[in-house]
Ligand binder design. Structure first.
Ligand SMILES: *[C@@H]1O[C@H](CO)[C@@H](O)[C@H](O)[C@H]1NC(C)=O
Ligand SMILES: *[C@@H]1O[C@H](CO)[C@@H](O)[C@H](O)[C@H]1NC(C)=O
Ligand SMILES: *[C@@H]1O[C@H](CO)[C@@H](O)[C@H](O)[C@H]1NC(C)=O
Ligand SMILES: *[C@@H]1O[C@H](CO)[C@@H](O)[C@H](O)[C@H]1NC(C)=O
Length: 368
């Protein structure tokens, strides 16, 4: 009775052992997706029983060509240029393909020559995909040109490139497109934008940026066989401030100064009043939005008129589009400056004359 029941269980055990030998001894990721131009890592793990030793490991590509072979731990006997061995434990193997090309796609086999049991192998497959690269969000200065550039990492698959513009309100319009057969620019952008006649690296240039160019731009690559791939970046348009300062005597001994700057986005205005504490309260700021997308900011400062003479009052305009803040001195008092200059010159001339006369007299004296 015990003999009859033990026989089927032994058979089952043998089948299970056979299955595990065939399926489970070498483990791999199965499949992975990687971007063209980027490195990819392939890896196999093997379960070794005690007494089993790996004598050699080989990696074959989809054409059954060896890309790398080595004897553990790391004696490489063969390797293709762009394939490197990653040092691993004796029960694992990993390789790096340094820059994936489209032809590097497909299934790879890792083959372990195990002593004494024989060969064990696993398979892992790579799908090489392209990706759209577009620089991130940008800022442009009104009146200046700006170029957005975009590329697909599998350029040989690109058939057409199309740029579209999406405004803040969500309206999308085609800007320009290019393919080997045709180049096209939408009517509203004719003469204002230029698209490079290239498929591998597409550059869209706005020749002279206007505030209405502030929007998000999408470059879309029509590729074969990957389909349509796109990426979006947004453009902010700055209008730089050209500030002005004015001042009047608002009441006896008190001067009111205004510093005004029209820009996009609004400028921030501060004042420098030297070391003195002769301002009458903090400056007062006001902002008015203009119809063209710019904002006029006016800062008004009241101070004791005595500060004017020292030319110590300065308006400082801060704006994100400027490398450093603009500083405007409140020095309309040109006349006192000229008077001081003239007096200094006059005194110098008189002194010089005296010196001459003196020297002359002394000379004559010694002659006598
Ligand atoms: C490989 O060997 C390490 C120890 O050297 C062990 O921790 C690991 O579990 C082993 N992996 C396999 C798949 O046998
Ligand atoms: C780019 O700008 C858009 C809109 O201004 C914003 O939604 C997005 O998060 C920005 N992206 C980055 C990476 O800053
Ligand atoms: C400063 O601006 C205010 C309003 O913004 C105006 O009433 C005032 O006359 C201006 N003063 C000067 C000195 O320009
Ligand atoms: C400046 O003067 C005001 C009063 O006019 C005073 O409250 C303030 O403390 C003074 N600040 C300094 C730094 O002297």
């Amino acid at each position: 009775m015990s003999g009859r029941s033990s026989q089927p269980s032994l058979q089952l055990w043998i089948i299970a052992a056979g299955l595990s030998a065939a399926l489970c001894d070498v483990k791999t990721a199965g499949s992975l997706t990687a971007e063209a131009g980027q490195p990819a890592v392939l890896r196999c793990d093997i379960s070794l029983a005690s007494g089993q030793v790996v004598r050699q490991v080989r990696w074959l590509n989809r054409h059954n060509v060896a890309v790398l072979a080595f004897e553990p731990p790391a004696r490489v006997s063969l390797s293709q240029d762009h394939v490197k061995l990653i040092p691993s434990r004796r029960n694992a193997t990993a390789i790096t393909i340094s820059r994936l090309r489209p032809e590097d796609g497909g299934c790879y086999r890792c083959i372990f020559d195990v002593y004494p049991s024989g060969r064990q192998e696993g398979s892992t497959c790579i799908t090489v995909v392209g990706k759209v690269h577009l620089e991130g969000n940008r800022t442009a200065i009104s009146g200046k040109p700006v170029t957005l550039s975009c590329w697909y990492s599998l350029p040989e698959r690109v058939r057409q490139v199309l740029w579209t513009k999406t405004t803040e309100q969500g309206d999308t319009a085609a800007v320009a497109s290019y393919s080997k057969r045709a180049a096209h620019t939408s009517e509203q952008f004719k003469g204002r934008v230029r698209l490079s006649p290239t498929l591998e690296d597409s550059r869209l240039t706005v020749l002279s940026v206007r505030t209405e160019d502030e929007a998000c731009y999408t470059c879309q690559f029509h590729t074969y066989p990957d389909g349509a791939r796109s990426s979006t970046a947004c453009l902010s348009v700055y209008v730089l401030p050209k500030p002005e300062v004015t001042h009047v005597a608002s009441s006896p001994g008190v001067t009111e100064a205004n510093c005004t700057a029209q820009s996009r986005p609004p400028a921030e205005i501060t004042w420098e009043v030297g070391d003195e504490n002769r301002t009458l309260g903090a400056p007062v700021s006001s902002a008015y939005e203009q119809g063209d997308g710019t904002t006029t900011v006016t800062s008004t400062l009241l101070f004791q008129s005595g500060l004017l003479g020292d030319a110590a009052v300065k308006c400082v305009v801060h704006h994100r589009g400027l490398e450093k803040p603009l500083t405007l001195a409140l020095s309309t008092n040109v006349r006192p400056a000229i008077i001081v200059l003239l007096s200094v010159c006059g005194v110098a001339a008189v002194l010089l004359l005296c010196l001459c006369v003196c020297l002359c007299k002394c000379f004559i004296c010694t002659q006598d």
